[in-house]
Design a protein around this ligand. Structure first.
Ligand code: ZN
Ligand code: MN
Length: 143
């Protein structure tokens, strides 16, 4: 019985991880729940949520900046930066080089402070292209 449950849990976790790795949307738990449900109709939101936390603790996925009530998740754990649209809440990868590939900055910080840096995060916030166009149109029509 125990093994059966364990097997089911492992299978569900695999599906969750696969669906998260497939998308570039950086979904919230709710968004991912809807995606996973298409493949595993019986899965519950609690299961998705629990497994996201577990996968995060195992270092298999990333939890990005959390908004008011939900966090965004990323199946791509290679170092990269994100852009967060303040209006439509879209999150996407920024194709820019990651600071400190040679770890010079970390060494400098260590020299100055004695702190051993293991990783860093850098998030960018603003308006995506679509939202900027819409905002400009609204401004124009206000005049
Ligand atoms: Zn936007
Ligand atoms: Mn990403």
């Amino acid at each position: 019985m125990f093994n059966k449950i364990k097997h089911r849990n492992t299978k569900q976790r695999k599906v969750i991880l696969e669906e998260l790795k497939k998308t570039t949307l950086h979904p919230t738990a709710e968004m991912l729940f809807k995606m996973v449900k298409k493949r595993s109709p019986k899965i519950s939101f609690g299961t998705v949520y629990r497994n996201l936390n577990l996968l995060k603790e195992q270092g298999q996925i990333l939890e990005l900046t959390c908004g008011k009530d939900s966090c965004r998740y990323d199946g791509d754990i290679t170092p990269h930066y994100h852009f967060f649209c303040l209006t439509c809440k879209k999150v996407f990868d920024l194709n820019i080089s990651v600071l400190d590939k040679e770890e010079k900055l970390y060494k400098d910080i260590y020299k100055k402070t004695g702190l051993a840096i293991k990783y860093h995060r850098l998030d960018f916030y603003g308006y995506c292209k679509e939202c900027e166009i819409k905002m400009k149109e609204i401004k124009k029509s206000d005049k």
